[in-house]
Design a protein around this ligand. Structure first.
Ligand code: HAM
Length: 430
C-alpha cells in the first residue's frame, strides 16, 4: 500500500467541514474590512525565496522542497540541465509570492492602500510533530502602500477578532520593533560585541547565526543560550527616531483598540525581510508549537524584488493551529444538522415512481436523495435515522397503486400518506 508522505495529512467529512467553516469566517471577516483575495501559484522560482525570504534564513537553507520535471531530470542526469538556474520551489511561505504578483501585475498602480488576503498550502521540510507539518495551510494578509502604523494595528485587531469569533480566548499578542536597515546596522555591531564574549557558551546554531543573522540568536530556544545571553542590548533601546515614533504610535493605537499586548524583545522573526514591527500571537493550547500567527512590517522587500519603493505589512496565521485551538476551545459544535429527504422503494417499478417524484421535487427546489444500495424498508429506515435525514419517503406496492407516498418524519416518528401535490406543499415549507 502506498502511504502518505510524512508530515502531510488527509481530511475527511467533519475534519474537512471544520476547515471549510474556519475558512469562511476568515474570508468574510477580512472582506468586510475591504481586503481582496489574491491567489498565487503553488510553485515559484527558487530565487524568489532566496532573495525574498533570505539566503540566511532556516527556511531557505534547510526547509524548501524544490521540484523538477521528469524530462528535465533526464536532461540533468545527462549533464544538459542547469538545475541551479532553473530551480523551482513549492512555496514555503506566502509573502514573497504575493509581493512578486504585486510587482508583476503592477498592482501598485491601483489606488492605495492595497489590502489583500489569501488562504493557501505551504511546504517546509521541518521535523513533523503536533501542530508542525511539512504541508500546512496559512491564512495570510498583506497591506501594501502605507507606512501608517495603524496598518500594523488594524491587522492585529482583525486577527484577534477572528480568534475571538472562534472562541479562542487564551492567546498572547507579543510585539516588538526590530528597526530598519539604518538602526539595525549599529545595533547588530553592539549585539555582536556583547555576544562574542559569550561565544563559547552558545550552541553551534547560535555561533553560526552570529555571522549569518545575528538577531536570531535572541530567539534561540536552547535554555543554556537563553541564560547566557541574559542582559543583551535590546533593539528597542537602539531604534532610530523614525522607527521609535512608528513603534510608539503602533502601541498607542493598540491601546486605543483595547488590545492586550506585551512587548517581547525575543520576537525577531525567522524571515529576513522584516523591518520595524514584528509580532506573534501565541497560545498555550498548542503545546510546543505555540505560535498561532506571526507577521510584521517589511518596508524594503518590494524594492529589493525590483518593484517600486512601497512599504508593506502583514501576517500569516497557521490554519492548522487555529483549527486545533478552536477545537480545544469548544468552538465546533458536534451536533449534526438534520439534512434531506431520503427515498426508499420496494422494487424497480417503485424505484421509477420515486424518480418521477424526485424530479417533481427538484422542480420545486426541494432536495431529496434516493437509496443507492437497494435496502429493504426496514434497513432504509435504520440507515436514514442514523444518517440524520429528517424525512424518509417510502414507495411500496400500495403507494404505487394508490399514487401516494408514505412520509415519515424521523424526528417525531410520525407518519402520513400523501399525494405528490400534498408532499410538495408539506416539504416545501419544512
Ligand atoms: P511564519 O512565522 O513563518 O511567517 O509562519 C506563520 C505561521 O504559520 C506560524 O505562526 C505558524 O502558525 C504557521 N506555520 C509555520 N510553519 C508551520 C508548519 N510547518 N506547520 C504548521 N504551521 C506552520 C510567515 O510565513 C510570513 N510569510 C508571515 C507574514 C505575512 N509576514 C508578513 N506577512
Amino acid at each position: 500500500m502506498i502511504t502518505k508522505i510524512k508530515g502531510t495529512r488527509d481530511f475527511f467529512d467533519k475534519e474537512a467541514d471544520k476547515i471549510r467553516e474556519v475558512e469562511e469566517i476568515f474570508i468574510n471577516l477580512f472582506k468586510s474590512y475591504s481586503y481582496k483575495e489574491i491567489k498565487t501559484p503553488t510553485f515559484e522560482k527558487t530565487s524568489l525565496f532566496q532573495r525574498g525570504v533570505g539566503d540566511g534564513s532556516d527556511i531557505v537553507r534547510k526547509e524548501m522542497f524544490s521540484v523538477i520535471s521528469s524530462a528535465n531530470l533526464i536532461k540533468y542526469k545527462e549533464g544538459n540541465y542547469d538545475l541551479e538556474k532553473n530551480s523551482m520551489t513549492l512555496k514555503p511561505e506566502g509573502t514573497a509570492p504575493v509581493v512578486r504578483a504585486f510587482i508583476e501585475n503592477k498592482l501598485y498602480a491601483l489606488v492605495k492602500p492595497i489590502k489583500v488576503f489569501y488562504i493557501d498550502k505551504y511546504f517546509r521540510n521541518e521535523r513533523p510533530q503536533a501542530g508542525r507539518y511539512r504541508e500546512f495551510s496559512q491564512l495570510g494578509v498583506e497591506i501594501f502602500g502605507s507606512e501608517d502604523p495603524y496598518c500594523d494595528a488594524e491587522i492585529i485587531m482583525i486577527l484577534t477578532k477572528f480568534l475571538d469569533t472562534l472562541k479562542i480566548k487564551e492567546y498572547n499578542v507579543l510585539i516588538n520593533s526590530i528597526g530598519c536597515s539604518k538602526c539595525r546596522e549599529s545595533y547588530n555591531k553592539k549585539l555582536y560585541d556583547f555576544l562574542s564574549q559569550k561565544k563559547d557558551n552558545l550552541c553551534n546554531d547560535c555561533n553560526d547565526r552570529m555571522n549569518r543573522n545575528i538577531l536570531r540568536v535572541i530567539d534561540c530556544k536552547n535554555s543554556n543560550c537563553k541564560k547566557t545571553i541574559e542582559g543583551y542590548p535590546k533593539i528597542i533601546d537602539n531604534l532610530c527616531e523614525d522607527c521609535n515614533i512608528h513603534f510608539t504610535r503602533f502601541k498607542s493605537y493598540l491601546d486605543k483598540l483595547n488590545i492586550d499586548y506585551k512587548v517581547d524583545h525575543s520576537i525577531v522573526r525567522g524571515l529576513d525581510y522584516y523591518t520595524k514591527t514584528a509580532f506573534e500571537i501565541t497560545t498555550d493550547l498548542l503545546g510546543a508549537q505555540s505560535a498561532i500567527a506571526g507577521g510584521g512590517r517589511y518596508d524594503g522587500l518590494i524594492k529589493s524584488l525590483d518593484g517600486p519603493d512601497e512599504p508593506g505589512v502583514g501576517f500569516g496565521a497557521g490554519f492548522d493551529r487555529v483549527v486545533i485551538a478552536a477545537e480545544k476551545s469548544g468552538f465546533f459544535n458536534d451536533e449534526k444538522q438534520r439534512n434531506n429527504i431520503f427515498f426508499a422503494y420496494s422494487s424497480e417499478n417503485e424505484k421509477l415512481r420515486c424518480l418521477e417524484i424526485i424530479n417533481k421535487l427538484n422542480q420545486n427546489n426541494i432536495v431529496s436523495e434516493l437509496d443507492l444500495m437497494n435496502r429493504s424498508f426496514k434497513s432504509a429506515l435504520k440507515y436514514a435515522d442514523k444518517e440524520n435525514y429528517k424525512y424518509i419517503c417510502l414507495v411500496g406496492e400500495n403507494e404505487l397503486k394508490n399514487e401516494t407516498i408514505t412520509l415519515r418524519n424521523l424526528d417525531s416518528s410520525t407518519q402520513s400518506s400523501l399525494t405528490l401535490d400534498e408532499l410538495i406543499v408539506k416539504l416545501g415549507d419544512k
